[in-house]
Design a protein around this ligand. Structure first.
Ligand SMILES: [Zn+2]
Length: 339
């Protein structure tokens, strides 16, 4: 895990070189995201009247002048690196300074996703905000049930290409991740395009699965589970990867728990966010979980399967723990650490 983290957070906190091979047009195109191409979007399962609370998202896409001309980093293993570190829980890391700020764009997102825009559910960015609303609405009740403590909401940061975080600077190549040091979820929404096109996980429900997994890490952080795992890894570095797998599988299970309750989650006005969550949706989440299993990724990369390098669990394990969470709807059933 630590090796992966070292690979994910470059030693240099700032990328000093601006490149001319990332034309501004590409940057602009990436701001207004389009959903995956192959027609699996079914916004009809979302309540068209639901209010989208964009205050739970910090929009840092397309910020900071010169940053817009940074190249898309490709030097660390390309797609394999991207998927291997999906859901990466960055531990340790350097303290970063947010030079991009968080003001400015949120108002635009609020406008884009307001009920005044009849097409808002056709926009990936608005649907993702709604998924985040649903996930956090569930944990408002799920966390007190689980731990007797209130849930603390946290933002997801939408970014393009590169972002400064409390865990250091990260680029899109690391995939979506949670930073325990600043308690924020980070995602470049173009990640879903790669998940769909290159790994075949093109179902829409892959998206809330990914987000619910990351919010699972937030819950682990609030509960102190992540810290306990970090301590255990330091005391027992030979098994650090196994601890990582247990933490990741628990996040998958928490994602399944959310999926169980998703159909009853509501917006601020008490309106249901989903009109239905079907078996087809769940299958799409399972497809995504399988597509990013360590064994599947290793097989795709052409190398031998080496379990000692697993950090997130096999496809079967990931599907299994998601299913356990989904079937029971009880986060107490997600004790991957039980002997
Ligand atoms: Zn994860």
């Amino acid at each position: 895990m630590l090796r992966t983290i070292a690979a994910a957070v470059p030693p240099t906190k700032r990328r000093p070189v601006l490149s001319s091979d990332a034309p501004a047009t590409r940057w602009r195109n990436s701001i207004r995201l389009r959903a995956p191409v192959r027609g699996t979007i079914r916004p009809m399962s979302l309540n068209e009247n639901a209010r989208i609370d964009t205050s739970q998202v910090t929009d840092r896409r397309g910020r900071g002048g010169g940053f817009g001309r940074l190249p898309i980093p490709t030097g660390r293993g390309g797609i394999v690196g991207t998927i291997i570190t999906l859901g990466l829980l960055i531990l340790g890391g350097v303290t970063g300074v947010n030079v991009l700020g968080d003001g400015g764009g949120d108002g635009q997102l609020a406008e884009t996703c307001s009920t005044a825009n009849p097409d808002r559910l056709e926009l990936s960015e608005c649907r993702n905000v709604l998924y985040i609303n649903s996930i956090q609405d569930y944990w408002q009740e799920g966390m007190p049930d689980l731990a007797g403590e209130p849930y603390q909401e946290t933002d997801t940061v939408f970014f393009s290409q590169v972002v400064d975080t409390g865990c250091g600077t990260a680029d899109s190549g690391v995939g979506p991740f949670y930073c325990p040091l600043d308690g924020l979820v980070y995602i470049d929404l173009t990640f879903y395009d790669e998940l769909a096109r290159r790994f075949g996980a093109e179902g829409e429900f892959a998206q809330p699965y990914v987000l619910a997994h990351e919010y699972g890490h937030h819950v682990q952080n609030l509960l102190g589970t992540s810290q306990q795992v970090r301590d255990a890894q330091q005391q027992d570095p030979a098994n650090a990867n196994e601890y990582s797998v247990l933490l990741e599988l628990q996040a998958d299970c928490y994602a399944g728990v959310w999926a169980h309750h998703a159909a009853t989650t509501t917006d601020e006005a008490g309106q249901r966010i989903f009109t239905s969550v079907t078996q087809e949706d769940i299958d799409q989440a399972l497809d995504a979980a399988a597509a990013i299993g360590d064994d599947v990724i290793q097989r795709r990369s052409g190398g031998p399967i080496d379990e000692s390098n697993f950090t997130h669990g096999t496809a079967e394990q990931r599907k299994g723990w998601f299913t356990r969470g989904y079937d029971t709807g009880d986060p107490r059933e997600c004790d991957t650490f039980a002997p």
